[in-house]
Design a protein around this ligand. Structure first.
Ligand SMILES: NC(=O)c1ccc[n+]([C@@H]2O[C@H](COP(=O)([O-])OP(=O)(O)OC[C@H]3O[C@@H](n4cnc5c(N)ncnc54)[C@H](O)[C@@H]3O)[C@@H](O)[C@H]2O)c1
Length: 256
């Protein structure tokens, strides 16, 4: 007998971890998780941004915890997740959000530097692999959990000047689909959200930002909240029958 499907996006007091949640998309997701009833742990290297996220959550009457550090350090991630489980409780929702393109070190691939490839793959793919690896055994054992990773439309469409970033994000989708297959029998959902142009402080600095907007059929850049709304669907039991998916949220740019 299958239990009834959920009818709200209520996160039911579950413990959520958000990486890179001190700014932009991660901050909007952390706040939306709290608004939807989750207790939230935010991990980021930006201490000032972490307190802004924490204040926004507490203003809503939610519970927030901050951990400061570098998400490319496996040792730091191991210690952080161990502390979360011992000081709080098991993680029910993991949002792998931390990531960025090479920005000032970006170049067309023909003149790119292998050190930049390493950094981009460490940050955008291996950090997500590590966090996923750390929560999966507990979720599998409890037969409960949601893992959501932020990829990018660049994984599908490519993006000039950031090939290594697009390659890492395509890896996130492969990771998502594979872990989803492994965990489906254990009722753990694993999905990805692939943003297009989203108005954050970082995105506004991109030299090809205007070109992105010109190519967006809906004619405007999405907001971090647009991604938070998609992510919260995957974090809630409303998506219990959805796994291994990569949802593109980009104002129709996939038509281009
Ligand atoms: N904004 C967009 O248009 C867009 C489009 C597609 C995908 N994305 C993806 O969405 C996610 C969030 O992007 P955003 O635009 O909100 O970026 P952002 O730069 O506004 O926020 C990223 C956060 O990650 C943190 N961070 C970066 N490196 C870190 C590290 N090594 N350790 C700990 N924290 C670190 C930063 O301090 C920051 O708080 C990323 O995975 C990004 O690739 C964004």
């Amino acid at each position: 007998m299958v239990a009834e499907a959920a009818t709200t996006m209520d996160l039911g007091g579950g413990l959520a971890v958000v990486t890179g949640g001190a700014n932009g998309i991660g901050q909007a997701c952390a706040v939306q998780f709290a608004r939807s009833g989750a207790e939230v742990v935010v991990i980021d290297r930006d201490e000032a941004g972490l307190s802004v996220t924490g204040d926004r959550i507490r203003e809503l009457g939610g519970k927030a915890h901050a951990i400061v550090g570098d998400c490319t350090s496996r040792e730091f991630l191991r210690e952080s997740f161990a502390r979360i489980e011992s000081d709080l409780r098991p993680v029910e929702i993991l949002l792998n959000n931390v990531g960025q393109s090479a920005r000032e070190r970006a170049s067309e691939f023909w003149c790119s530097e292998p050190e930049v490839w390493d950094d981009m793959i460490d940050l955008n793919l291996k950090s997500m692999m590590m966090c996923t690896r750390l929560v999966v055994p507990g979720m599998r054992e409890r037969q409960r959990g949601k893992i959501i990773s932020i990829a990018s439309e660049a994984a599908y469409m490519g993006s000039e000047g950031v090939a290594e970033y697009a390659a890492a994000k395509a890896g996130v989708i492969g990771l998502t689909r594979s872990v989803a297959r492994e965990l489906a029998p254990f009722h753990v959902n694993v999905n990805a959200v692939c943003p297009g142009p989203i108005r954050t402080a970082a995105a506004d600095r991109l030299p090809i930002w205007q070109k992105y907007l010109d190519e967006t059929p809906m004619g405007f850049a999405g907001l971090p909240q647009d991604i938070a709304n998609a992510v919260t669907f995957f974090a809630s039991d409303m998506s219990r029958y959805v796994t291994g998916q990569a949802l593109i949220v980009n104002g129709g740019r996939w038509w281009v």
